[in-house]
Design a protein around this ligand. Structure first.
Ligand code: GLU
Length: 317
């Protein structure tokens, strides 16, 4: 009898030490890096917390406001957060040690799911007479915080048309940029974000704005040069005063995790959050187009083993 008890006791210690294959999450709190409160990442972080709580009422996902994708990937790699919402282009650069990550390649992160497309939105004050991207020459434009993903999209796009050094670019986040739009301190701002972005919807009620289209030739060039960009058609009526359909560019927002999340916790979180994408879609309009198939599309970095296990099980159901 005593022997059986000792074996059981040792078995429990091993299970607790490895966290292996437990049916419950190993912690009561997880953290996620998102973006500016005026963006879409932040409220999506809150939605993920809410969805998880429906199944595990005593577990919390604490949401951090950040500069955006570059900041989030750095925080993740340093173990400051367990998960992060990031642009798939920036995640690729991080894991391959390219572009802004050329001196600090990140190798300890893995993908959980692809969530929704983000449009590179060039928003300008209507009175500034900016009808296409070339008109940004000589203007003052906010391009996102220094460690946002937006900033790099702007640099690639304006670089491609040769006007990057002819635009006064300032590094502030979308929230501050919208304040400066009201006081006419800037002519416009850029935000790679879900469409419509609720804060820009609000801004368009008090400031006359235009969403600047990207011409098809430039879209084609950028799509050919950078594998993450996709052409996107922006339906009319996203923002007050936008009456026509516009051409634009999009990338994808993905959820990734870092070294602080065990494989089993990644499996359970993926299972709790994503096994019913339709239900998750009801919690936020940006998530409404997700299906079991889209969750693994355009994931440019290694899909985590726990996430892979959860997606495979969901697909069999
Ligand atoms: N894609 C943005 C970035 O990483 C954040 C977008 C958002 O919060 O809606 O810079």
């Amino acid at each position: 009898m005593k022997k059986v008890f000792i074996i059981f006791f040792l078995f429990m210690i091993i299970i607790m030490a490895t966290g292996c294959c437990s049916n419950s999450l190993s912690r009561k709190e997880y953290t996620i890096a998102t973006g500016s409160k005026s963006g879409v990442y932040y409220p999506i972080g809150e939605v993920l917390d809410k969805i998880l709580k429906e199944q595990c009422p005593d577990v919390t996902i604490k949401v951090y406001e950040t500069d955006g994708s570059v900041d989030n990937l750095q925080m993740l790699a340093e173990g400051k957060v367990d998960m992060a919402l990031v642009q798939n282009d920036i995640a690729y650069y991080a894991c391959n040690g390219e572009a802004m990550f050329k001196d600090n390649k990140i190798s300890n992160i893995s993908g959980i799911a692809t969530l929704f497309p983000e449009i590179i939105q060039f928003i300008v004050r209507r009175e500034c007479g900016i009808n296409n991207l070339k008109d940004l020459e000589g203007k003052k434009i906010a391009i996102g915080g220094k460690n946002s993903g937006t900033r790099y999209n702007v640099e690639q796009i304006l670089g491609e048309i040769g006007i990057l050094d002819k635009v006064t670019c300032i590094n502030i986040d979308a929230k501050d940029a919208m304040e400066k739009m009201k006081t006419k301190d800037i002519d416009g701002f850029v935000f790679t974000s879900g469409l419509p972005n609720p804060s820009i919807v609000e801004l368009s009620k008090t400031v006359d704005i235009n969403l600047v289209p990207i011409d098809l030739e430039l879209i084609q060039k950028l799509v050919n040069k950078y594998s993450f960009y996709f052409p996107s058609i922006i339906p009319p009526g996203q923002y007050s005063g936008q009456t026509t359909e516009l051409n634009g560019l999009e990338i994808n927002a993905i959820l990734v995790s870092g070294p602080t999340l065990t494989e089993n916790d990644q499996y359970l979180l993926t299972k709790y959050l994503f096994s019913k994408p339709n239900e998750l879609g009801q919690a936020h309009p940006r998530l409404s187009k997700m299906t079991k198939a889209t969750l693994r599309q355009q994931m440019p970095i290694k899909l985590g083993e726990g996430a892979h296990r959860a997606h495979s099980e969901a697909n069999k159901q």
